[in-house]
Design a protein around this ligand. Structure first.
Ligand SMILES: [Zn+2]
Length: 319
């Protein structure tokens, strides 16, 4: 059952107190009702706003442990306002914008919240792309030929997969990679696209193990064609162009290298839900993913890079 506020008025009524926010987190985290993680007992009493005590073994369980809200000093109400705002901004949200809207005294607080929320935008165990999928790499950063200004970012290599949906684009996936070798490209494809799908690429050698890995491979050799790459693989190049514009626009090019992955996740989250008419549903998805306990363990498996730690030492126990 997808239960979410339909508009800002419903949001305000429901989440104006810590209690309302906690109830919602409880509901999303334990859809069949809370059960003690130690003994499985369904009886519990409330100790503090986010702390429950098991009626049988007296084990104390936090509603926020293992979620992006773990150990936060920011009230849940403020987190909820942030999530509502982030999901209702059509073109994405910057830390500065969040700080202004919530009236936060410190930019750092807004920045940390934004980065934690971006982590929740990667859905654990999400479905793989299927059918026909265009894959290509691109450089992001440095001087962009077709855009005004420049990204305050050294050039970074990004690989993008765009599912075909008739003449349009279905869902997408993207990731920063160290180089365009098969060792970098294949893990991305295997974690993003279901085996048996048709993968459409250019003639680059890095894609040659695709067939061996259970995919159908359609190759377009650019050299023999008069058309440009964006005409031959229009979907993936459309996505790349939108990504660059978004980084330049919403974030004014101020994206640092080590955080680029988070921005790619946010862009993907928004893009894959761009046709969703209900912003409330987007909010629901974000909260749901924010309380998914395994979100970060999976995240760290998929992207095992030290750059993924957020710059500052912090409690990593539940992550
Ligand atoms: Zn118990």
């Amino acid at each position: 059952m997808e239960d979410y506020p339909r508009n800002v008025k419903e949001f305000d009524v429901r989440f104006r107190s810590e209690v309302g926010c906690r109830e919602y987190l409880l509901q999303l985290r334990w859809p069949d009702g809370f059960r003690c993680p130690r003994c499985g007992c369904p009886e519990s009493t409330l100790v503090r706003t986010t702390l429950l005590r098991c009626g049988a073994c007296r084990h104390q369980a936090s509603v926020t442990a293992g979620t992006i809200f773990q150990d936060t000093r920011t009230p849940l109400r403020v987190w909820f306002q942030a999530m509502w705002w982030v999901t209702t901004q059509k073109n994405g949200a910057s830390a500065l914008g969040l700080q202004r809207v919530l009236g936060l005294p410190r930019y750092d607080t807004a920045w940390t919240m934004m980065h934690k929320l971006r982590r929740a935008m990667v859905r654990p165990g999400r479905d793989l792309l299927t059918g026909r999928v265009e894959v290509d790499e691109c450089y992001v950063g440095g001087l962009e030929e077709d855009l005004p200004g420049r990204l305050n970012l050294e050039k970074a290599l990004v690989v993008v997969a765009a599912q075909e949906d008739g003449p349009g684009i279905g869902r997408i996936r993207m990731r920063q990679i160290v180089d365009a070798s098969a060792e970098s490209l294949m893990p991305f494809i295997q974690e993003s696209v279901a085996p048996g799908s048709v993968i459409h690429t250019n003639g680059w050698l890095g894609y040659s193990p695709l067939v061996r890995n259970g995919y159908e491979h359609e190759i377009t050799f650019l050299k023999r064609k008069k058309k440009t790459p964006s005409e031959l693989m229009p979907r993936v190049h459309r996505v790349i162009s939108l990504l660059k514009r978004w980084l330049m626009g919403t974030h004014r090019g101020a994206v640092s290298h080590k955080h680029l992955d988070y921005y790619l996740d946010e862009f993907t989250f928004r893009f894959n839900r761009r046709r969703s008419k209900s912003r409330g549903k987007l909010f629901f998805r974000l909260v749901q993913q924010a309380v998914t306990v395994d979100a970060f363990t999976r995240y760290q498996i998929v992207h095992p890079k030290p750059a993924r730690t957020m710059g500052k030492p912090q409690s990593v126990g539940g992550w």
